[in-house]
Design a binder for this molecule. Structure first.
Ligand SMILES: [Zn+2]
Length: 539
């Protein structure tokens, strides 16, 4: 049998693995690559297998970096079933449709520009219609029940405690009278997350394919409820709004849950809360239709105390963009939860435009802010930002609350492995940047003495019982020139922020270096405008 790594190799995006057993081909996850332009270009690359030859697909969870290329797979000829949990099926219904909308929208924008430049039109990666066809192939299965997808392939899903419906996938395989058990961890949740259950411990496996997003990090522990209450109370006292950029699925519902608890405890004033993201509204609905996935606390609250943990007395859902714009006409302080989580697209831009310049307002980040995103620039202390073509001065208080991650940290990943009753023959470390995967490999070796392997994109592991060998691939994932450019740009970003901070500290008038500094900055500006001209209008 053979296991090929088709994504999430030394990166946290594009999860996909091909498992070949005899004549059967099984695909585990079919994720979209998200991130830089060079990484996203991989989404258009032909699949490294013939989609018509795949016999079954197993899906760990609904996040787009695990599910996002399924519509393309089906469009390219895959006609079989997509096995996953019920809640994942429900979430994919909205998330794949949303992703298809984005694909169609981006293609339309590119074509509008392209037509003027006489370019051949680009096709969207897939359309809403493609996503709908693909959703018909979803086949929900319950957790913790063994089922045979083929006589030689038995599967079980267990709750991974990462997001609603997320699964660890256990697979038992038979080939030439030899058996092997593989466990795909999927994205493993952080224990004690609100609403959803803790990750399931696994007893045994011959091979584990394990995520390492935070393989080199340990989450900070502090009282999140207290911190959130403090920010809300202070902002309301100043008469400002609290704007929270958040992922529509998972993060938004956790914040509603926290607000519910704080209100019940009388720790925050009862002010209006707006969920301003159509996707977040649908996702909250799906949470309410899947209470069987809730942890004991949330379940008891809902059924024993008849107290819906995802409801608030003044919770408002805004679906249309007019309703969204009307929020900023209100005089009283409100809480606005909107997407995107990194504040670089979507309705949140509108709310930032109306609140960033107000000293009384607060912007609260609750998730990772990637290098170069507007969120990151605000956290790094930018004094002015450009939003929808308009210069906005930053006067609001900018807060960052860590610890909302839906991923287990290094200690929690280790703890999950420590619950195995017999050690596996090998652990393949995936879904982590190189540093994270390498750091985790080191602690697994030191603490558990289990061998690990960090695969490259396209590598295959040939498994023979508990013996295996690696067939390395010669595929270059990203053109090294693109990679180099990407690294330069990241460096440029941080150099710029550093320089800006230092220049802004020159406060004394008549500083002798000032004319020279102005000249230098002018030169840099000219250089950037020249580069822009070289690029022209090409996208
Ligand atoms: Zn995930």
């Amino acid at each position: 049998m053979r296991l090929t790594f088709l994504g999430a190799s030394m990166m946290v995006t594009g999860s996909s693995y091909l498992l070949e057993v005899g004549q059967r081909k099984i695909l585990v996850d079919c994720g979209m690559f998200q991130g830089s332009k060079a990484t996203e270009a991989l989404n258009r690359r032909p699949f490294l297998f013939d989609p018509t030859t795949i016999d079954a697909v197993l899906l760990t969870h609904a996040h787009i970096d695990h599910s996002g290329l399924l519509p393309r797979l089906c469009k390219s000829g895959y006609k079989g079933k997509i096995y996953t949990s019920k809640a994942t099926t429900d979430l994919c219904r909205i998330m794949l449709a949303d992703s298809a909308h984005i694909q169609e929208f981006e293609a339309e924008i590119a074509n509008r520009k392209g037509r003027r430049a006489g370019k051949t039109p680009v096709e969207p990666l897939y359309t809403v219609a493609d996503a709908e066809v693909c959703l018909k192939q979803f086949h929900p299965v319950p957790y913790n029940v063994l089922f045979d997808i083929f006589p030689e392939i038995r599967v079980k899903l267990d709750d991974a405690g990462h997001i609603l419906g997320s699964s660890i996938i256990e697979i038992w395989l038979i080939e030439n009278d030899k058996t092997a058990k593989l466990v795909f961890s999927g994205d493993l949740g952080r224990p004690d997350q609100p609403i959803i259950k803790d990750p399931t411990y696994i007893d045994e496996a011959d091979y584990i394919i394990m995520e390492t997003t935070y393989g080199n990090r340990i989450h900070e522990h502090y009282d999140q409820l207290d911190a959130l209450a403090g920010i809300i109370r202070d902002t309301v006292k100043r008469g400002g709004n609290i704007v929270i950029p958040a992922f529509a699925v998972g993060r938004t519902q956790i914040i509603i849950y926290f607000l519910h608890q704080l209100l019940k405890a009388g720790k925050i004033p009862d002010i209006p809360v707006f969920i301003d993201s159509p996707l977040a509204i649908s996702a909250t609905d799906i949470f309410m239709h899947n209470p069987q996935e809730f942890d004991v606390e949330a379940y008891d609250m809902l059924y024993k105390q008849q107290d819906n943990p995802l409801k608030l007395p003044h919770l408002n859902f805004t679906r249309t963009s007019d309703e969204s714009k009307a929020i900023n006409l209100l005089d009283e302080p409100v809480i606005i939860i909107s997407a995107s989580s990194m504040a670089d697209a979507g309705r949140i831009l509108h709310h930032l435009k109306h609140n960033l310049w107000r000293t009384e307002a607060s912007i609260l980040f609750v998730g990772y802010q990637a290098q170069g995103s507007l969120g990151r620039r605000l956290l790094e202390g930018a004094k002015r930002v450009k939003i929808m073509g308009e210069e906005i001065s930053v006067k609001a208080q900018i807060h960052n609350m860590e610890g909302f991650s839906a991923h287990a940290d290094q200690m929690q990943l280790l703890d999950w492995l420590e619950h195995l009753k017999t050690p596996p023959a090998n652990i393949f470390l995936i879904h982590g940047e190189q540093e994270a995967a390498e750091a985790f490999a080191k602690v697994v070796d030191e603490r558990l003495h289990i061998p690990t392997y960090i695969p490259h994109y396209g590598d295959s592991a040939v498994l023979d019982g508990r013996q295996f060998s690696i067939e390395g691939s010669a595929i270059t994932l990203v053109d090294p020139k693109f990679q180099q450019l990407h690294e330069y740009l990241e460096q440029l970003d941080s150099d710029y922020m550093e320089l800006r901070k230092r220049i802004e500290h020159i406060t004394t008038e008549g500083d002798s270096k000032l004319p020279e500094i102005i000249e230098g900055v002018e030169k840099a500006g000219k250089f950037i405008r020249n580069t822009a001209e070289i690029i022209g209008n090409s996208k």
